[in-house]
Design a protein around this ligand. Structure first.
Ligand code: 5GP
Length: 204
């Protein structure tokens, strides 16, 4: 069974990641989404095991020590990590797995899993990013300023990514990601000998 694709989508707060990934999710039920663990407190409406696994710092650290995370990072003062076993199981079973994580985590994934595909989702420009961050009602002015600062740092990481998708229109951004996934599934290096034999017989 060939491995599924490991797809990482990052982008600064306010780039529209939630909306774009939400639409991708609707259209591609075959792609599975990793649920991260975090020490952040749940926002209103967020559910345990649906949005995140909410852990204490101690519980999180235990997982780090046990090697339970494929990657982990501190973002806006809270810890976030991707459960390793779940992701590895899904990939081994041939599922494409999508991680919605920050740039620090994305680089760790690429280091330990070079076949991973890193997609950077960018807002059309800084003014739009500021507008979107300010529009969100869930953060304090300090948190908003922190998110803007982090956005600048995250944007500086673009060159470490495989693909850049500018999110000026959600529909177009989703189409671009669909095109990336389609092309990656056709990459010759993704086919194993057995599959090539099935297509070409002994001539492969
Ligand atoms: P939020 O607290 O707004 O849900 O997420 C804050 C940031 O943490 C976002 O940039 C999100 O992509 C990132 N994030 C969420 N889960 C993970 C994770 O498992 N690992 C890493 N490195 N970042 C994550």
């Amino acid at each position: 069974m060939p491995q599924g694709l490991l797809v990482v989508i990052s982008g600064p707060s306010g780039c529209g990641k939630g909306t774009v990934c939400g639409l991708l999710r609707q259209r591609h039920p075959e792609v599975v989404y990793s649920i991260s663990a975090t020490t952040r407190r749940p926002r209103p409406g967020e559910q345990e095991g649906v949005n995140y696994f909410f852990l204490t710092r101690e519980e999180f650290q235990e997982q780090v020590t046990a090697g339970g995370f494929l990657e982990w990072a501190q973002v806006y003062g809270n810890l976030y990590g991707t459960p390793r076993a779940w992701v590895e199981q899904k990939l081994a079973a041939g599922h494409d797995v999508l991680l919605e994580i920050d740039t620090q985590g994305a680089l760790q994934v690429k280091a330990s899993y070079p076949a991973g595909i890193l997609i950077f989702l960018s807002p059309p420009d800084l003014a739009e990013l500021k507008r979107r961050i300010n529009q969100r009602g869930t953060e304090s002015p300090e948190e908003k300023e922190q998110r803007l600062q982090s956005a600048r740092q995250e944007m500086a990481q673009i060159r470490n990514y495989d693909f850049l998708v500018v999110n000026d229109k959600v529909e177009k951004a989703v189409q671009k990601i669909e095109a990336i996934l389609l092309a990656e599934r056709c990459r010759v290096s993704r086919f194993d000998e057995q599959e090539l034999k099935l297509i070409w017989g002994d001539k492969a």
